[in-house]
Design a protein around this ligand. Structure first.
Ligand SMILES: O=C(O)CCC(=O)C(=O)O
Length: 286
């Protein structure tokens, strides 16, 4: 197919050639696609730079390794230091990043919007939480195991999640595994995971029936576009660095059912309760 490269089975496109019908087809037939080299340092660095500023504000004693200049690496140093002084640092920083102008700015980046428009329509809404995933080494409590974003966000089934890592991301630092094509099964039941993980997840028996599970490898600047019914799982970060990923959800306002519900999303009580669980009494390490 013109403009389409194949990498580890997931449909992969080059940012020079994204105005192609194959891109939209890939989203609806496979449920996921990657656009390589879509975002530049100019697009991504403001997020890490903002993170550095708020970490220094909240935890003035953090310093980072000597001579560390690259923003994401420095943010990783500072975040690790902050977490070793204050166990709440991860959730404190996560919450404020969700509301930051830096995450908002990236979520409306014209390069992302041009692809979202092709996939969904030219009238989309953005989920109010603009997430920066913060995944520390070896942590499992917050780790998003097998799930469909639809279960957690509701809205039209054909919503799109953007997943844009700030550093190279693969199985070593906990990159995603994705069940390609499994979005066609529709919503799948989610059940409580385990005492060491807060998520409600797809059962192992359902996961074992997914025909094509693909482990994702991405470079900084690559962006994954994921159908909200495509099952996916984060993996444990076994590196010694933080994994940061910008994560935004787009919903199509032209979707007929969404439109007839006045674009309202019914309360997702089960999902909210699961994500609201605290890990105070739980030993996080597996
Ligand atoms: O990368 C992660 O830790 C989780 C990402 C994820 O599951 C999602 O984007 O829904």
């Amino acid at each position: 197919m013109i403009g389409m490269l194949r990498h580890n089975a997931i449909p992969t496109f080059d940012s020079d050639n994204i105005a192609t019908p194959e891109l939209r087809d890939a989203f609806y037939t496979q449920g996921a696609l990657i656009v390589k080299r879509l975002l530049s340092s100019h697009d991504l660095d403001p997020l890490a730079e903002f993170l550095i500023k708020i970490l220094r504000l909240k935890y003035p004693n953090v310093s980072g390794a000597a001579n560390r200049s690259e923003a994401t690496s420095l943010a990783s140093d500072l975040m690790l230091e902050a977490m070793s002084c204050s166990p709440e640092a991860q959730s404190v920083i996560y919450d404020v990043m969700c509301k930051s102008s830096a995450t908002h700015a990236l979520s409306t980046n014209p390069k992302l919007e041009s692809i979202i428009t092709q996939i969904l329509s030219d009238t989309v809404s953005l989920h109010e939480k603009k997430i920066l995933i913060i995944s520390p080494p070896n942590e499992t409590w917050h780790l998003a195991r097998w799930h469909q974003d639809y279960y957690y966000n509701g809205g039209p089934e054909a919503s799109c999640t953007v997943y844009a890592p700030l550093q190279a991301t693969d199985q070593l630092n906990g990159g995603l595994s994705i069940a390609l094509g499994a979005h066609k099964r529709g919503p799948i039941e989610h059940v409580a995971a385990s005492a060491t993980n807060k998520w409600n997840v797809i059962s192992d028996s359902d996961v074992s029936t997914f025909p094509q599970i693909c482990d994702i490898e991405m470079n900084r600047g690559d962006v994954l576009f994921l159908h909200s019914l495509t099952p996916h799982s984060a993996n444990k970060n076994t590196s010694n660095r933080m994994r940061f990923v910008a994560n935004f959800r787009y919903q199509c306002l032209a979707d007929q059912q969404f439109l007839s519900n006045d674009w309202q999303i019914p309360e997702l009580t089960e999902a909210r309760l699961a994500l609201g669980k605290k890990n105070d009494q739980i030993n996080e390490r597996e």
